[in-house]
Design a protein around this ligand. Structure first.
Ligand SMILES: [Zn+2]
Length: 298
């Protein structure tokens, strides 16, 4: 019976628990990474846009504009209202935000709760995933999977973009790990990448043919390709069902609470694909087993 196997799995997971100190270390490390992901989420879209503008100017033969250096490291973080630099001690993830009560110490301007939220959720999800997979190669590399999905989710929510510079390396990482079958065998990962990309490519092309406009970016296709180099493609339907369900739920909630009524607003689909991918990555097997058991009565 599936219930018994569920308890078996649970008992096994408890016996196989990584030491507490290791979990705490993973939590702290992931919170620090989350802090860096905030920088990536906020700055990468600006860096990319500046790049595109510089390229367009070059193609059109327009003289480049001089801009001050701006990358993931330079300049240091500062208040967006008064320009006060973030001091060393204020860089502690989550805690600093609570200590300064979410306000700039220079001018008192509100600092978005998005920042500590990213730090906390990165730390919680990463620690949970590590606990679930154990202190082994699968557990450690899964942290990279989580961090990348958090960055993509944040950027897609902010600017409705899934940058190639993140989705493509995520796909290569999955394929390289598949050489050693860390999660899935190499063949499975390659088929998964093709299936993930082509399925959404077909949808995007169909949408374009029918409506004459770009409704779906191919960023979603690349993200799905990347996900199925980490997750077995036998969970293809599961990932899409979770993504659609969560996407529709959020869209309905938005419609119910948003009075501004700008209904033609594009809903970013990346966060929902990431959620589906992560759930299938962790629980694809048990969910499908449960469903089959449910259907057959065992
Ligand atoms: Zn300020």
């Amino acid at each position: 019976m599936w219930l018994v196997s569920l308890f078996d799995a649970l008992a096994y997971a408890l016996l196989d628990l990584p030491p507490l100190a290791l979990l705490v270390a993973v939590f702290i490390f992931s919170a620090l990474v989350g802090s860096f992901l905030n920088v990536v989420i906020y700055r990468l879209p600006i860096i990319l846009e500046r790049d595109w503008q510089a390229q367009a100017r070059e193609i059109l033969g327009i003289a480049p504009v001089a801009v001050e250096k701006f990358n993931l490291v330079v300049p240091r973080s500062q208040c967006r209202d008064c320009g006060r630099m973030v001091q060393g001690i204020e860089n502690i993830p989550i805690i600093s935000y609570l200590a300064i009560r979410g306000k700039c110490r220079g001018c008192g301007a509100r600092i978005s709760a998005f920042y500590p939220f990213v730090e906390l959720s990165t730390a919680v999800i990463a620690t949970f995933v590590f606990w679930h997979l154990g202190a082994n190669a699968a557990g450690f590399f899964a942290l990279f999977f989580v961090f990348t999905l958090v960055a993509l989710t944040g950027i897609d929510l902010k600017v409705k973009l899934l940058p190639d510079i993140i989705t493509i390396p995520l796909m290569w990482a999955g394929i390289i790990l598949a050489i050693w079958s860390v999660y899935i065998p190499l063949e499975t990962a390659v088929i998964g990448a093709l299936l993930g990309y082509l399925s959404l490519w077909v949808v995007a092309m169909g949408f374009k043919l029918l409506t004459g406009r770009d409704g779906m970016g191919l960023g979603d296709a690349k993200l799905l390709a990347a996900i199925f180099t980490w997750v077995h493609f036998q969970y293809f339907a599961l990932v899409l069902i979770i993504a659609c369900f969560s996407g529709i739920t959020v869209a309905l909630l938005q419609k119910a609470f948003d009075r501004s009524n700008n209904s033609d607003n594009l809903i970013p689909f990346g966060p929902h694909l990431a959620l589906g991918g992560l759930i299938a990555f962790l629980y694809g097997g048990p969910i499908v087993d449960w469903y089959v058991g449910f259907l057959t009565g065992y």
